[in-house]
Design a protein around this ligand. Structure first.
Ligand code: ATP
Length: 453
């Protein structure tokens, strides 16, 4: 089940401390959000799951963490200065600025007028001044994608690791896009985080790997709790492809506001490595690249058998963290009617994504014996390193259960007076609401099993 409207998710995120509008006390900043106490945990858990799948569970992918500030030559050479733009239209009636492909039947979505300017390209990259003189002569871009820093580090990584083709470089980090109309909560923002992996393959093997990575990425999203029925694959039409792409498959997710891109898997060919290579003359580069690069590198590998220098092709699965967070929240959200006629809101997050892994609740607030016993158990579970375990010394078990259902805590563990006598506790399951009595000695195993699932 999913939230029927974005408003419900937005309200839950604010109420429970997942996501806040940035600088809200000053009226905010459009298209920029902050993550609260629970949001930061969820976001980190999603990123960790991606890193595990991309880097730790494979031996052919390395990770990097590169700078946000980017030398303008990189983005000139990559084609972004010229083409990383959206078509901008002005409404002459209400003065709204709109992306031409976001018009409603050719009319302004704000006021319905068709008195619009012709579309003109609007570059989405943010510039910032570098150094103390603000005369525009020394500037850097805030990277619009993490990918270019992977390409410019290609030689550093291949020279310092034992890899041959195929192999990949993964990165998670911020990217910035001056979106014309940021909207739909965290779906389209100006400051975003991407999880990108560039997989370098032999030319000719690219189409096979494109298919493989598309399948792997869909399977990964399913493991994050996204129902396959909520996903559609879109083979991006040729006339809509980014300038570097030979083919792109978008993983589209049914967000509350409609079917939209969650992740794109692009075949970037040899476009980027070719563009950043100094002497292209002795290389076979299939993509049309600008030959005037000022880079001093040869971003190619030598085939161990033929000794021929090859510029690898690149398959790029690129996902947005915000869009991932929104999708898993939406997918996990449900409202259930209880037997007593009341409702409960539950976030059925996969346990590895839950912000709080378990809540340990002493039955009576501030009762020293109960609180000490609960603290001991909390510390034992916390030391397993599976994520945050919370001691809830606030009394009112029913209220605690409701709160933890709503924030997606997989289990609540109640320590009561019986616990002091026979060493057992009550375990309550978030999804079934079933309660069972368990020996404290077995709680760690039960907890591990729950989170590992
Ligand atoms: P869109 O067509 O929706 O603007 P895009 O095709 O430009 O997206 P890519 O350049 O392929 O996006 O970026 C890779 C991923 O980064 C996207 O699949 C998306 O998850 C995320 N992303 C891109 N732009 C934004 C944004 N403004 N806000 C949030 N996430 C974004």
């Amino acid at each position: 089940m999913a939230a029927e409207s974005m408003d419900k998710l937005v309200a839950l995120c604010k109420r429970r401390g997942f996501i806040f509008q940035t600088n809200e006390i000053y009226g905010g900043l459009q298209g920029v959000y902050d993550y609260g106490p629970l949001g930061v945990e969820l976001k980190n858990n999603l990123k960790r799951a991606w890193w595990n799948a991309m880097v730790y569970e494979r031996d052919d992918i390395e990770g990097i963490d590169s700078s946000i500030l980017t030398n303008p030559l990189v983005l000139k050479q990559s084609g972004h200065e010229e083409t990383f733009s959206d078509p901008l239209v002005d409404c002459k009636s209400c003065k709204a600025r709109i992306r031409a492909d976001h018009l409603k039947d050719g009319k302004c979505p704000e006021c319905g007028s068709d008195d619009l300017t012709d579309p003109r390209p609007f570059n989405l990259m943010f510039k910032t001044n570098v150094g103390p003189i603000e005369d525009g002569s020394s500037f850097a871009y805030l990277r619009p994608e993490t990918a270019q820093q992977i390409f410019t580090n290609f030689k550093n990584v291949i020279d310092s690791t034992p890899h041959h083709l195929p192999f990949g470089i993964a990165q998670i980090g911020k990217a910035f896009r001056n979106e014309i109309t940021p909207r739909n909560f965290i779906f389209r923002v100006r400051e975003l985080e991407q999880m990108e992996m560039e997989f370098f393959v032999r030319p000719g093997e690219d189409e096979k790997w494109h298919k493989t990575w598309t399948d792997l990425r869909v399977a990964w999203w399913e493991k994050q709790g996204i129902n396959k029925k909520s996903i559609e694959l879109l083979d991006v039409p040729k006339n809509e492809l980014a300038h570097y792409s030979k083919a792109t498959i978008d993983i589209m997710y049914k967000y509350p506001h409609g079917l939209e891109e969650l992740e794109g898997i692009a075949n970037r060919t040899d476009f980027d490595l070719g563009s950043h290579t100094r002497d292209q003359s002795k290389l076979r580069i299939t993509a049309k690249v600008d030959k005037n690069t000022k880079s001093n590198a040869k971003l190619a590998v030598q085939d161990p058998e033929t000794k021929e220098w090859v510029v690898p092709y690149v398959i790029e699965p690129a996902a947005g963290v915000e869009r991932g967070v929104l999708a898993v929240l939406n997918e996990a959200y449900r409202v259930e009617e209880l037997e007593d006629g009341k409702e409960r809101t539950v976030l059925s997050l996969k346990p590895h994504l839950s912000p709080i892994k378990a809540a340990v609740i002493p039955l009576k607030k501030n009762n020293e014996d109960l609180v000490n016993k609960a603290k001991e158990l909390k510390n034992a579970l916390q030391s397993l390193g599976l994520g945050r375990v919370l001691l809830e010394n606030s009394g009112n078990i029913g209220k605690n259960y409701r709160r933890h259902d709503e924030i997606g805590t997989p289990i609540c563990i109640t320590v009561d007076f019986e616990s002091l006598e026979d060493g057992t506790v009550t375990i309550r399951d978030r999804d079934t609401m079933e309660q069972s009595r368990l020996d404290i000695a077995s709680v760690s195993d039960h907890f591990k099993k729950t989170i590992d699932n």
